[in-house]
Design a protein around this ligand. Structure first.
Ligand code: THU
Length: 134
């Protein structure tokens, strides 16, 4: 799948987001090394903390289907569904992505259709990982 197709899948997920509290939908599309793509959206909760981000929805869908090798994730989001600036992944999502794909390509898209390509290592330097646990 091309980068543009992956980003379109992330954009398509904005409409699935359940965001009555923040009105900030986020969509994600995660490409596995076998080419399969898992999508995700954020799912909020009246208790606030049970909220699940779009990236983690995508990762958890993928891992629960047996996938553990990931090449790239595209993330988009914006207030009231209007993309403005790049929507960077939160710290918790960076940690979850690191567990399976420390070298993951992270693609962000802004309102002008420009993309920002980052690696997870750039987003989470000196991360705590399984190497500490022996
Ligand atoms: N959100 C995500 O889905 N991904 C992130 O990495 C950042 C934040 C969601 C959580 C919440 O539903 C809304 O954006 C506002 O924080």
């Amino acid at each position: 799948m091309t980068k543009q197709e992956l980003c379109q899948k992330a954009v398509d997920m904005l409409k699935m987001a359940y965001v009555p509290y923040s009105r900030f939908p986020v969509g994600a599309a995660l490409e596995c090394d076998d080419g399969t793509v898992y999508t995700g959206c954020n799912i909020e909760n009246a208790g606030y903390t049970p909220t699940n981000c779009a990236e983690r929805t995508a990762v958890f869908k993928a891992v629960s289907e047996g996938e553990r090798q990931f090449d790239a994730i595209c993330i988009v989001g914006g207030k009231d569904g209007v993309l403005t600036e790049y929507a960077a992944p939160c710290g918790v999502c960076r940690q979850v992505l690191q567990e399976f794909a420390p070298d993951l390509e992270v693609i962000l898209v802004n309102s002008r259709g420009e993309t920002l390509d980052l690696t997870l290592r750039e987003l989470l330097p000196y991360g705590f990982d399984n190497s500490y646990l022996g």
